[in-house]
Ligand binder design. Structure first.
Ligand SMILES: [Zn+2]
Length: 142
């Protein structure tokens, strides 16, 4: 397999892509939480698989998955070069995602995975419904 980047260079590129992609998506999601009066979320909550957001009281975790890194079948995910390298890497990420979702569910968490493109195009409502409903129920119990 041909590889035009050195290892060091490649890891620099990957880090740059990853941090940039994640950050804006996560900020957008925080805006969405505010819009729907969702409170009580935590970052860096110590649950398996490091969910992007956890609502410990509601026992719900939310992942914001970058389309490229997690292999969404949308236009964001077609590597233009070194396809073999990327497909392997993305394949591993997808396997890992499945394991994380399964493990968290076994531990009693409700797992919501949103794609980056769903968040950016405001197509998150159906998936977030569980969270929004649980949050309302939690508030009305008080
Ligand atoms: Zn996507």
């Amino acid at each position: 397999m041909t590889d035009t980047f050195t290892k060091k260079k490649r890891s620099d590129i990957m880090r740059a892509v990853k941090s940039k992609g994640n950050k804006s998506t996560e900020l957008k999601l925080i805006e969405i939480f505010k819009l729907h009066n969702l409170t009580g979320w935590r970052r860096n909550y110590p649950a398996f698989g490091k969910p992007d957001f956890a609502f410990p009281k509601l026992k719900i975790v939310v992942f914001a998955d970058g389309c490229f890194w997690h292999g969404h079948n949308c236009r964001n995910t077609k590597p233009s070069s070194n396809a073999e390298y990327w497909n392997k890497k993305i394949g591993r990420n997808k396997k890992r995602d499945k394991l994380v979702t399964k493990t968290l569910r076994e531990k009693g968490w409700t797992v919501i995975r949103l794609w980056e493109c769903e968040i950016n195009k405001n197509k998150y409502r159906r998936k977030l419904k569980k969270l929004i409903d649980a949050s309302k129920n939690n508030l009305s119990e008080k």
